[in-house]
Design a protein around this ligand. Structure first.
Ligand code: ZN
Ligand code: ZN
Length: 251
């Protein structure tokens, strides 16, 4: 059994596949720093050996049901090598090392800005990257209230995770209450050529799904669902990211 998350296992897979398991100590140190973990080199070696066992070239049988086997099939056999490589490169480069944190966690808007029953037209085009400013916690990117208002309205104040939760009414408004979440956190704006503060990058979520994305142990499924629903729109806005890289941002 393993208590590693999918993105962690993918990195170990990449280490096995691309680097042939070299530099275990270096990898372990970086891994721990990145994921704020305290894994030993033995733990990494054990995970590596699991991938070794599911590598068909090693002729070991009996692992067809393991998570390692399914990751192997998905990434190595089914043509997602490039994505795996990109993920590994990003990890090694340490590009995505800023903490995932949203200053205004609820991304809330005043009730007066909600417009029940209105229709909003959103055109997904690349927007100029906003300039950062120095806040008290370092570099911060401004966020537009109008973008949040538009995104919630476009989702008709429903939870885009389609979780089926009964939504309560917003105080002072006739709309249901949902929260705006930036799928690619704004703190990674530096990594992207165009603005992340666009409607295509903002999803409307019920409080429970929103918290799950930030704090849940099994948020990967939900993240993937939202990613697949938005990746074409993000592309139209000049924002390209693989699901695997997005996962790294939510470690
Ligand atoms: Zn959020
Ligand atoms: Zn929900």
């Amino acid at each position: 059994m393993t208590d590693m998350s999918k993105v962690e296992l993918l990195l170990v897979l990449a280490l096995y596949y691309f680097d042939k398991g070299k530099n275990i100590d270096k990898f372990t140190a970086k891994f721990n720093q990145y994921f704020k973990k305290d894994a030993s080199a033995q733990t990494i070696l054990y995970a590596l050996s699991c991938f070794k066992n599911v590598d068909p070239s090693n002729n070991v049988s009996g692992n067809e049901k393991s998570v390692h086997h399914s990751l192997w099939v998905e990434y190595i056999e089914q043509d997602k090598l490039q994505e795996l490589k990109e993920l590994y490169t990003a990890f090694k480069k340490g590009a995505f090392s800023a903490p995932v944190e949203e200053k205004n966690q609820h991304n809330d808007i005043p009730a007066r800005l909600t417009k029940p029953g209105q229709v909003v037209t959103i055109v997904d085009v690349p927007q100029e990257r906003p300039k950062s400013y120095h806040g008290k916690d370092g570099e911060v990117y401004p966020r537009s209230k109008q973008v949040v208002v538009n995104a919630l309205l476009a989702a008709q104040y429903q939870c885009e995770a389609n979780c089926g939760t009964q939504l309560f009414k917003r105080k002072g408004s006739n709309t249901t209450y949902t929260e705006a979440h930036h799928l690619i956190p704004l703190c990674y704006q530096n990594e992207f050529a165009y603005s992340l503060d666009v409607e295509a990058n903002v999803v409307s979520l019920c409080p429970n799904c929103h918290r799950q994305l930030h704090y849940g142990a099994n948020a990967e499924e939900l993240l993937k669902k939202l990613y697949l629903a938005r990746c074409d729109r993000l592309k139209a806005c000049g924002i390209e990211i693989t699901y695997e890289k997005l996962l790294l941002l939510y470690r």
